[in-house]
Write a protein that binds this ligand. Structure first.
Ligand code: HEM
Length: 130
C-alpha cells in the first residue's frame, strides 16, 4: 500500500538521464546521447499506463517511477517503505482523528526538482486510551 501511495503522490521529482539509443516519442525521436529530464509526476500519472491516473487507488500495481528504474533504481526504497510504514502505523494508532489546518501548509519553492509541502500543520486528536 505504501508503494502505491508513493506512486500516486510523488509528483515533483525530476530525474536527469542520457538516452542510450534513439527513443520515439509521439511524432519526434529523442536522439541517442541526448540529455533529458524525466518528470516523474507526469510519468506516474500517464493515462496510457494508469486508469484514473489522478485517483487514489490502493489496488493499483506499483509500476511507477518514484524510485527510478533499472540499474540506478533507488537502493533505499525498501528502507523508505519500512520507515514510512512505521511512522504512519504509529501515528494512526496514536490518534483518533486528524485533519490539515486551513492555511497551515508551507510549500517548497526551490529547488524545482523536489516540489511539495515543506510542512503541514494538523489538528490532531490523540488516542488517550493508550
Ligand atoms: C521515499 C523515499 C525515497 C525516494 C522517493 C527515493 C527516490 C530515489 C530516486 C528517484 C533515485 C534515482 C534513481 C535514478 O537515478 O534512476 C534514488 C536513488 C538513490 N537513492 Fe533513493 N529515494 C528514497 C529514499 C532513499 C533512502 C532512505 C536511501 C538510503 C538510505 C536512498 C538511497 C539512494 C541511493 C544510494 C541512490 C542512488 C542509486 C544508484 O545510483 O545506484 N534513497 N532514490
Amino acid at each position: 500500500m505504501r508503494r502505491r501511495i508513493a506512486a500516486l503522490r510523488q509528483s515533483g521529482a525530476v530525474l536527469p538521464a542520457v538516452c542510450q539509443r534513439p527513443i520515439p516519442l509521439g511524432t519526434k525521436t529523442i536522439a541517442a546521447g541526448s540529455q533529458i529530464l524525466i518528470c516523474v509526476g507526469a510519468a506516474n500519472r500517464d493515462p496510457s499506463v494508469f486508469t484514473n491516473p489522478d485517483g487514489l487507488d490502493l489496488t493499483r500495481k506499483p509500476a511507477h517511477l518514484s524510485y527510478g528504474t533499472g540499474a540506478y533504481r533507488c537502493i533505499g526504497a525498501r528502507l523508505a517503505h519500512m520507515q514510512a510504514g512505521t511512522a504512519l502505523s504509529k501515528f494512526i494508532a496514536r490518534t483518533t482523528a486528524y485533519a490539515p489546518i486551513k492555511g497551515g501548509t508551507n510549500w517548497r519553492t526551490a529547488p524545482y526538482v523536489q516540489r511539495g509541502p515543506s510542512s503541514v500543520k494538523l489538528q490532531v486528536t490523540w488516542n488517550t486510551a493508550l
